[in-house]
Design a protein around this ligand. Structure first.
Ligand code: NAP
Ligand code: MG
Length: 402
C-alpha cells in the first residue's frame, strides 16, 4: 500500500513518562506504517522544557497558531517534588496553561463510548462534551478574611478619576470576601469557540449560568452568548439542523441526567471544572476521555484528558508491562489527522483516522482490553492484555480494515 501523503505539518508536542512511551507505540504501530507522517516536532518533555527555559512550550503554541492543528502528549506540571526529581532550574508553569494563554482557547472534553462499557447513567447513549471557559472568575479571584466590625466595598476607579462604590457587606463580626472578574473579549472568544465547535460536531449547544441570582455578572455571559448567536451563528445553526439552548445551571444539571447525550454543554470556569469530572466519572474511565483546545480564531490542539500515568511509568522502568490504555492518546492523533485532512482536503487522511477509531472500538467490543476497562465492562469472554499488547491488537484490526 502506498503511504498517505500530508500537505501541512501537524504540530507534534511530545511529553513525559508513560504517555511518552505510549506516544511511540501509537506512532510506530498505528500511524507510520500507513502515513508519510509530516510533523513539526517539539519536545515538551520536562528535561527539554528545563533545558530551553520553557521556550519550547511557547514555540510549540506559536507553531499551532501558524499551522492550525497540534497534537499533544501529556506533560508533567512540576511541583516541589518534581523540581528535586528532575533537578530543575525552577518550577516551570503548567504547559497547558502556557499554551492556553497563547491560543486563548476553550477546552472541550468528550468521552469515547463503547458498547458493553455502560455509563453509570443508563439513559446516556451518546457522548456529552463539556466546554469549559478557561479564564477568570474564582481562578483569578482576590480574597480576604475580614476582621469585623468592618465595611467591605467594591470600588472602581476610572482613568478620569471617577469613583464608583458599592457596599458588599457591613460586617458586625468576622467573615470573608472575594473579588473576581472576567473580560468581555474572553467571554466572546469562549462563545465563538463553542458555536464553531457545535457546527464542527453537528451537535446542539447548551449553555448554563446562574443569571437569576447573578443579575449582572452571569447575566453578562448570557447576553454575550445570545448576541453573538443572533448576529453570527443563527443562520448557520439552522442550516446545520442544530440548536443553541440557554438554561439555568440547576435546570441544566437535571436535564443532562435525564438526557440521552449527544450535545455540547458550555460551562463557566468553575462549573466546567466540576462538571467535567462528573461527566468523565459517569462515563467510566479517564483513559477514555479526549480533549481538544479550540481557539476563537480556529486553531485546534488535541490531547488525552489524563496525565502522564506516573505509577505505570515506574512499572515500565522496572521492566514490567503496565496496563496503560492508549485510547485517549490515539483519539488525540485521529482528531488531529481528521482536522488536517479536512483543512488540506485530503479525504484519505480523514478516512484513515476514522478507520483507526473504529479499529479501537471494535478491539474492545471483541473483548480485548486493558485491566482498567475490563473492570467496567459487561462484555463476556474478556481477554485482559497489557497496554502495548493492546496497541498491537488494535494494529491487527486496523490492518484488516485497510
Ligand atoms: P494521571 O496521569 O491521569 O493518572 C492517575 C491514575 O489514573 C493512574 O495512576 C491510573 O490509575 C489512571 N490512568 C490515567 N490514565 C490512564 C491510562 N491511559 N491507562 C490506564 N490508567 C490510567 O494523573 P496523576 O497521576 O495525578 O498525574 C501524573 C502527572 O501527569 C503529573 O505530573 C501531572 O502534572 C500530569 N498531568 C498532566 C496532564 C496533561 O498534560 N494534560 C493532565 C493531568 C495531569 P492506576 O494507577 O490505578 O492504574
Ligand atoms: Mg478539576
Amino acid at each position: 500500500m502506498k503511504k498517505i501523503q500530508m500537505k501541512t505539518p501537524l504540530v507534534e508536542m511530545d511529553g513525559d513518562e508513560m504517555t511518552r512511551i505510549v506516544w511511540q507505540w501509537v506512532k510506530q504501530l498505528l500511524l507510520e506504517p500507513y502515513i508519510d507522517l509530516k510533523t513539526e516536532y517539539y519536545d515538551l518533555g520536562l528535561k527539554n522544557r528545563d533545558k530551553t527555559d520553557d521556550k519550547v512550550t511557547e514555540e510549540s503554541a506559536l507553531a499551532t497558531k501558524k499551522y492550525g492543528v497540534a497534537v499533544k502528549c501529556a506533560t508533567i506540571t512540576p511541583n516541589a517534588d518534581r523540581v528535586k526529581e528532575y533537578d530543575l532550574k525552577k518550577m516551570w508553569k503548567s504547559p497547558n496553561g502556557t499554551i492556553r494563554a497563547i491560543l486563548d482557547g476553550t477546552v472541550f472534553r468528550t468521552p469515547v463510548l463503547i458498547n458493553g462499557i455502560t455509563p453509570f447513567i443508563p439513559t446516556w447513549k451518546k457522548p456529552i462534551s463539556i466546554a469549559r471557559h478557561a479564564y477568570g472568575d474564582i481562578y483569578k479571584g482576590v480574597e480576604m478574611q475580614v476582621k469585623g466590625p468592618a465595611k467591605a466595598e467594591l470600588v472602581v476607579t476610572k482613568e478620569n478619576g471617577e469613583v464608583i462604590r458599592e457596599t458588599i457587606h457591613d460586617f458586625t463580626s468576622d467573615g470573608i470576601i472575594m473579588g473576581m472578574h472576567n473580560i468581555d473579549a474572553s467571554i466572546e472568544g469562549f462563545a465563538r469557540s463553542c458555536f464553531n465547535y457545535a457546527l464542527d460536531m453537528k451537535e446542539d449547544l447548551w449553555f448554563s449560568t446562574k443569571d437569576t441570582i447573578s443579575k449582572k455578572y452571569d447575566h453578562r455571559f448570557k447576553d454575550i452568548f445570545a448576541e453573538i448567536f443572533k448576529n453570527e451563528y443563527a443562520e448557520k445553526f439552522k442550516a446545520a439542523g442544530i440548536e443553541y439552548f440557554y438554561t439555568l445551571i440547576d435546570d441544566a444539571v437535571a436535564r443532562v441526567i435525564r438526557s440521552e447525550g449527544g450535545f455540547i454543554w458550555a460551562c463557566k470556569n468553575y462549573d466546567g471544572d466540576v462538571m467535567s469530572d462528573m461527566i468523565a466519572t459517569a462515563f467510566g474511565d479517564l483513559a477514555m476521555m479526549t480533549s481538544v483546545l479550540v481557539s476563537p480564531d480556529g486553531c485546534y490542539e488535541y490531547e488525552a484528558a489524563h496525565g502522564t500515568v506516573t505509577r505505570h511509568y515506574y512499572q515500565h522502568l522496572k521492566g514490567e508491562k503496565p496496563a496503560t490504555n492508549p485510547i485517549a492518546t490515539i483519539f488525540a492523533w485521529t482528531g488531529a489527522l481528521k482536522k488536517r485532512g479536512e483543512l488540506d482536503d485530503i479525504p484519505e487522511l480523514s478516512e484513515f483516522a476514522e478507520k483507526l477509531e473504529k479499529a479501537c472500538v471494535e478491539t474492545i467490543e471483541n473483548g480485548i482490553m486493558t485491566k482498567g476497562l475490563a473492570a467496567l465492562s459487561t462484555i463476556e469472554n474478556k481477554t485482559i492484555v497489557d497496554g502495548e499488547a493492546f496497541t498491537k491488537k488494535i494494529a491487527e484490526n486496523l490492518e484488516k480494515k485497510l
